[in-house]
Ligand binder design. Structure first.
Ligand SMILES: Nc1nc2c(ncn2[C@@H]2O[C@H](COP(=O)(O)OP(=O)(O)OP(=O)(O)O)[C@@H](O)[C@H]2O)c(=O)[nH]1
Ligand SMILES: [Mg+2]
Length: 216
């Protein structure tokens, strides 16, 4: 296939996705729902952060979760164990969620007027950057074991994100990760990006994250 044909197909796919994402966004706005698309590399702590967030938040505000993974329902099972409804989407060979998958999953969730819908994307710092799901914000989670240069190596993701959550700060004494350099790198690709540092396992920084959610 020629390069020109390939580009045309990619543009078609993204245009179709953008249309569906706009449709999703209309529904979310009508229901006054805050919808967040959590993106990161595999294992940065998305599900752990979500479980801790839901434990602290779900009795104050209705919450629901859409989980994206290539295989297994492990993450949705972890979310349901907190008492919050969750739908698992398995993308098979696919490396990201798209707006149609999210649209269909929403129909399997109870009404969530005024609540928060968290979408955990497939662990991947590349493809999910290009696919709008209808969310209000993308939240990029980067853990301190991944290296402070990641925002420069995967700039599209950090450019698309409203917030970077630096997770696993409890491990900072054991790894060489320069937090200030990481923030500087993120701001080079996105001068407006907000930053919160947390440990999903010790709870440090959770107040700042919960405050951000309250005003998002
Ligand atoms: N030390 C430490 N470990 C953490 C923290 N958050 C998550 N972990 C651990 O990191 C590993 C991966 O966490 P998950 O929550 O499954 O990460 P994920 O981003 O959901 O992973 P995928 O869904 O596979 O992309 C688990 O062993 C967690 O216990 C943290 O703040 N500190
Ligand atoms: Mg997960």
């Amino acid at each position: 296939m020629g390069q020109r044909q390939l580009i045309a197909i990619e543009m078609d796919v993204l245009a179709k996705n953008n249309k569906l994402a706009a449709h999703n966004r209309e529904h979310f706005d009508e229901a006054a729902q805050l919808v967040l698309n959590l993106v990161s590399s595999p294992g940065s702590g998305k599900t752990t952060l979500l479980c801790e967030t839901l434990r602290q938040l779900a009795d104050k505000r209705p919450c629901a979760v859409i989980e994206g993974d290539q295989q297994t329902s492990a993450d949705a099972d972890r979310i349901r164990a907190t008492g919050v409804p969750a739908v698992q989407i398995n993308t098979g060979k696919g490396c990201h969620l798209d707006a149609k998958m999210v649209h269909d999953a929403c129909h399997q969730l109870p009404a969530n007027e005024g609540g928060i819908l968290f979408i955990e994307n497939v662990g991947n710092l590349v493809c999910p950057a290009s696919f709008d799901l209808g969310e209000k914000y993308k939240v990029a989670i980067l853990s301190v074991t991944e290296g402070e240069e990641k925002p420069l190596k995967y700039p599209d993701m950090f450019a698309a994100a409203q917030l970077m959550v630096i997770n696993k700060i409890d491990l900072l004494p054991y790894v060489s990760f320069d937090v200030a350099r990481c923030i500087e790198n993120a701001k080079r690709v996105n001068p407006y990006i907000q930053v919160i540092q947390v440990s999903a396992t010790t709870g440090e920084g959770m107040d700042a994250w919960l405050n951000w959610l309250a005003t998002a």
